[in-house]
Design a protein around this ligand. Structure first.
Ligand code: ATP
Length: 212
């Protein structure tokens, strides 16, 4: 099959002599969502960073559309939208400026109409030109999430996308994920929240770590 999405084959990674995961195998196809689950410190963020092309601390293979991520990194990154668990925005810039910057990194210039409609979609109408440091934690998170709607991608990798988001916002994000998947997008995410998702989805659970 030509379009095989993301394939993780026999992935191994460790930190400070502690194995985070070994022989990890799973596949994420177009039109699917996979949740990476596991307790604090089990390696979810480490895995997502590897799959976002930000870390090479691993052994094994990661393929996108059947091609090695290592050999076709640039091509892969053009199709990927990664939102990490940090704020991911520059506090001194406004939402509009932050998103202009994100879009420009993908070669998308003169994209203000799309950016403004993305900001409206995430509930930030009226805050477009206010410095991000003066926004609430949830609003800052929403600035980051607005990237979903102004940067085209076929794979979303999202690390704790619901952090700091209110209850209504969580349902909205779940709906956005569901719509993206229905349109053939692929989503890989971590969350400690119990996902309420319209379609079936897979859960890949990373190993237990010390109980606290
Ligand atoms: N930059 C780093 N330097 C050293 N150790 C690190 C670093 N980043 C992560 N680790 C270690 O790797 C392990 C896995 O961390 P990771 O952030 O991937 O876990 P996680 O499953 O995402 O946790 P959480 O649910 O708390 O977000 C932890 O033991 C952590 O201490």
């Amino acid at each position: 099959m030509a379009n095989t999405g993301l394939e993780v084959k026999q992935l191994y990674s460790d930190r400070d002599d502690r194995v985070l995961f070994a022989d990890l195998c799973f596949q994420l196809r177009a039109g699917e969502l996979v949740q990476i689950a596991g307790p604090n410190g089990s390696g979810k963020t480490s895995l997502l960073r590897i799959l976002a092309g930000l870390s090479s601390r691993y052994e094994g293979e990661v393929l996108w559309q059947g091609k090695s991520l290592l050999k076709h990194r640039h091509e892969y990154l053009q199709e990927l939208l990664y939102i990490g668990h940090g704020a991911g925005i520059k506090a001194v810039l406004s939402p509009l400026e932050n998103l202009r910057w994100s879009c420009a990194l993908r070669g998308l210039n003169n994209n203000d109409d799309k950016i403004l409609s993305a900001l409206a979609k995430v509930g930030l109408s009226g805050f477009e030109e206010q410095a991000c440091h003066s926004l609430s934690a949830g609003q800052q998170r929403r600035v980051n999430l607005a990237r979903l709607f102004c940067i085209p991608a076929s794979l979303w990798i999202l690390d704790e996308p619901f952090t700091a988001i209110d209850q209504r916002g969580v349902s909205e994000i779940e709906r956005w994920l569901s719509e993206f998947v229905s349109e053939g997008g692929a989503v890989l995410l971590t969350t400690h929240h119990r996902l309420s998702f319209a379609q079936d989805f897979k859960v890949v659970t990373l190993g237990e770590v010390a109980n606290v």
